[in-house]
Design a protein around this ligand. Structure first.
Ligand SMILES: [Zn+2]
Ligand SMILES: [Zn+2]
Length: 878
């Protein structure tokens, strides 16, 4: 009886003064009437429009994704390809996403479309009504839309259109192309059509159609499969009228007036002074054919055969009666572009300007995200231990001699052909006609890091001393380890709060630097911004491989920035497990790209599929996605890696019957005297475990954990949205040279959550707690509504759990550079910045560095509402 009353009271409490948003935690907050997302209606300006083509260099420095191409008109914008980081790129370069009307995909894969989910969510959140964009792609697009449907409202995707044969038999019959380009857009300012390329693999492999069909469900993939189609886009601008000649008009007896305009519009008029009809051709100069632009994506040599033979392109070759192509943008990779057949084919376009937009080594020298590169350089100056120089430097050292396709093209091309390498923001003007041609006025120049540091020194001269103090922290720390005598406190501001904290945990005793490094790849919430990418943490276990905790959009790009192009490939190869906290887009949309790259890198090398541990909705997404692109992974639901489930697995019993209660009763925090509502959320019976299906995966999981040098990886439920988890990593114990057994470290990551007893319990005594701190203390109501934590709540969690060090992350994009924190409680805490790399051996120093880092931002601590504004409607989706 009494229990029931308490339940009732709790219910009231939960709705009147809750510590969290119950509706959101249960996933009932987004069941509002679906928005009908509108496309923008534009009044076009066909006569005097400005038009140009521009290379948006996403991935140009990191080489992790395909660049995009913008086709610009005054009143209409088209973007070709939307790889990861496009949104972040547009924010940095002030390209307004709300102005984009159409996105065209040259292929449908993580390389060309990885930025689409984030983009759609952002657009859907713009303004009162939300916005959408028309998305075009070959018929494979339907698989992507299908997959994205597991976390993106379908209203945001209603305007997707796929084209080309969807019928499996046409694919198998030998890659027939359609005879004519498929017209997609045809309005007053541009006509855009598509030609589909399919690989010519069937003849060679001699698979019978039935064999190919049968194998599509099995392990042997057919040669032509979804994801293999690529597209050549043709953009044709209308003919340009010749110039009106007023002298000729006068000679024909015409007075200046409305008839001039009629003639310019192409209509004949009656002469004012003579009895004749004047035709436009009498007074207008000869008209000029409109510019034509081709975008060519020929991903493999087997697509090349299709490209060379496609009939519908012959109209555009430089020959009798053919149309004259002005500019060709080549998205094809260097391996294809450098083929002599491809080079010969390029010559068919006569004097067209060729822009080679495939990846080239020399581009790694010029960061496309200048603002964050600048901050990274400054952080590196003050604290190189936590902010190592970007990994590109090593790429340049090794590979700069390697020449891209440009060099070879230039050699083999005749005088009349123009071939250049794409650069970030390079433009090709199409209108006005007088300016037709390349425009380099926007392309960034390399800013030497010495220049950035010179600027810093003149802006904040004190950083010299700060950098000196920081380096001394390391010396002091080393000394301390040697003689265990506290170093003299040269700087009271820094040393004071730390002096009382002599409790370096025993797991750090004589720890080696190649034991663990925590790399905060992305530290912002909801959407990628100028200075902070979305969530991802790389757990570097060195010779034992590595783990990713969350994997937001652009995670691969961040890895490349940190470790260099080939260094990041090594890391992706050696990934043992990727753990995803929950289904919000800022935590997992970079996953497909990483998995696809890993599969590509390990092609032909014996290996095990990588283990992905995530919430169950993620499996639905990945399963659907795999129809498009093979991901080579093994999925395990987070709920099977909770302490209770793992205990049950080890003891061979049924996990659904025990331990949930045990976890709840162990919680002894007074913070949550009224918090039982939160616990009860997780006490609902789960579905019975299918041991035959799950246990073999758990066996594999156990093996993976051991190979990584861990004792355990345990997920625990947190309070954020349905199926939201945090994770505990326990390292295996080690034996010192003297034979002493030293316990392993413990790293805990909160995922997104409200403060909750489950987290305190899980984080008890942790060496490091990485906790989300989306909002500042003053915004606690916002934190409750969104089921996030404030900085002070996060610190309180760490204190209650008696952890050694706290790293705060997942900051609202309201704080683009540095979050608002209260100095008084930071004695074991540091805030994270993108790329911050904390070696386990440096943990004692962690809280002491922040004051020096803050110095870099002393003029920029204010909330920035103008730059990276996150609309409320947008952030509610994360
Ligand atoms: Zn988040
Ligand atoms: Zn979230």
């Amino acid at each position: 009886m009494e229990l029931q009353v308490e339940e009732e009271n709790n219910k009231k409490n939960a709705s009147s003064a809750p510590g969290f948003n119950k509706k959101r935690a249960e996933g009932r907050d987004r069941n509002d009437a679906p928005k009908n997302l509108q496309l923008k209606l534009r009044k076009l300006n066909p006569v005097n429009t400005i038009s140009y083509l521009q290379i948006l260099g996403t991935g140009m420095d990191t080489q992790d994704t395909s660049p995009s191409v913008l086709l610009f008109f005054d009143k209409q914008r088209f973007i070709f390809n939307a790889g990861e980081g496009l949104q972040r790129f547009c924010t940095e370069h002030k390209i307004r996403l709300s102005k984009i009307d159409h996105i065209f995909l040259s292929r449908v894969c993580s390389e060309t479309a990885g930025g689409l989910p984030g983009l759609l969510l952002t657009l859907a959140g713009i303004g009162e009504e939300g916005m959408s964009v028309k998305i075009w792609g070959p018929s494979d697009l339907k698989y992507l839309v299908d997959a994205m449907g597991s976390f993106i409202p379908s209203a945001a995707m209603v305007h997707t259109k796929s084209f080309g044969g969807t019928d499996e038999t046409t694919v198998l019959a030998g890659c027939k192309q359609l005879d004519n380009p498929i017209v997609l857009v045809d309005d007053e300012v541009v006509k855009i059509s598509a030609i589909i390329l399919q690989p010519h693999r069937f003849e060679r492999q001699a698979l019978s159609p039935s064999e190919a069909l049968n194998s599509s469900n099995g392990k042997n993939k057919p040669a032509a499969k979804p994801g293999d189609m690529s597209v050549v886009y043709i953009c044709e601008l209308p003919e340009i009228n010749g110039k009106f000649d007023p002298d000729k008009a006068k000679a024909l007896g015409l007075r200046p007036g409305p008839k001039y305009r009629q003639l310019q519009l192409g209509n004949p008029v009656q002469s004012d002074r003579q009895n004749i009809t004047i035709h436009p051709s009498d007074v207008m100069g000869p008209s000029v054919p409109g510019p034509i632009v081709l975008l060519v994506d020929c991903p493999t040599e087997s697509h090349l055969e299709s490209l060379l033979s496609v009939q519908s392109l012959t109209n555009y070759y430089n020959q009798e009666g053919g149309k004259c192509v002005t500019c060709v943008v080549h998205l094809s990779p260097a391996s294809v572009v450098s083929c002599s057949d491809y080079q010969k084919w390029m010559k068919k376009f006569g004097s067209a300007q060729h822009i080679m937009a495939g990846h080239e080594k020399k581009n790694v020298d010029i960061p496309i995200l200048k603002a964050s590169a600048r901050i990274a350089s400054r952080l590196n100056y003050v604290c190189p231990q936590f902010f190592p120089a970007p990994g590109f430097l090593s790429d340049l050292d090794h590979d700069f001699s390697e020449l891209g396709p440009l060099a070879s093209s230039e050699n083999s091309f005749s005088e009349s052909s123009k071939v250049i390498s794409a650069e970030n923001l390079l433009k090709f003007t199409l209108r006005p006609y007088a300016h037709l041609g390349l425009d380099r006025s926007c392309t960034p120049t390399t800013v030497a890091s010495t220049q950035i540091i010179d600027d810093l020194l003149s802006e904040i001269p004190e950083v010299v001393e700060a950098a000196h103090h920081v380096s001394q922290l390391w010396q002091q720390d080393n000394q301390k380890k040697e003689d265990l005598v506290p170093a003299a406190d040269r700087n009271t501001m820094i040393e004071e709060p730390w002096l009382g904290d002599s409790s370096v945990p025993s797991c750090l005793e004589n720890i080696r630097r190649d034991d663990l490094e925590i790399v905060l790849l992305g530290t912002g919430s909801s959407q990628p911004s100028k200075y902070r990418n979305v969530s991802s943490i790389y757990i570097n276990l060195f010779s034992k491989g590595g783990l990713l905790l969350d994997c937001g959009e652009g995670t691969l790009g961040q890895l490349k920035r940190r470790y260099g192009v080939s260094g990041a490939d090594d890391i992706v190869r050696a990934l043992r497990c990727i753990w995803i906290s929950h289904i919000h887009a800022d935590h997992h949309t970079g996953l497909a790209r990483i998995l696809a790259l890993r599969r590509e890198l390990l092609k032909g090398v014996p290996h095990e599929p990588v283990l992905v541990v995530g919430p169950r909705q993620l499996k639905r997404y990945l399963d659907a996605y795999q129809r498009l692109e093979e991901l080579d992974m093994l999925f395990l639901d987070c709920k099977h890696t909770t302490a209770a489930s793992l205990d049950a697995f080890e003891n061979g019993s049924d996990p659904k019957n025990n331990n949930r209660e045990v976890t709840a009763s162990k919680v002894d925090s007074t913070l949550f005297a009224r918090g039982s509502r939160m616990q009860s959320l997780w006490k609902r019976p789960g579905s019975p475990v299918d041991k035959d299906a799950i246990y073999p995966i758990l066996e594999r999981f156990r093996g993976v954990i051991q190979e990584a040098g861990l004792k355990s990886l345990i997920s625990f439920p947190v309070v954020h949205c349905p199926q939201a988890f945090g994770v505990v990593l326990n390292a295996a114990e080690r034996t010192s040279t003297s034979g002493k057994v030293i316990p392993g470290w413990k790293v805990v990551y909160s995922g997104d959550t409200r403060p909750c007893p489950e987290l305190i319990e899980a984080a008890r005594g942790a060496t490091v707690l990485i906790h989300e701190a989306t909002f500042e203390e003053a915004m606690v109501e916002e934190a409750i509504a969104k089921n996030h934590s404030t900085t002070s709540e996060a610190i309180e969690m760490g204190n209650s759990a008696d952890v050694y060090r706290i790293i705060l992350t997942h900051f609202s994009q309201r704080y683009p550079k540095i979050p608002v924190v209260d100095e008084a409680h930071m004695h074991k805490t540091c805030v994270a910045f993108d790329m911050m790399s904390v070696n386990v051996a440096d943990l004692p120093v962690v809280p002491k560095v922040l004051p020096y880092l803050k110095m870099l931002f002393r003029n920029e601590m204010i909330v920035d509402e103008s730059d990276d504004v996150v609309d409320d409607a947008v952030s509610s989706a994360y």
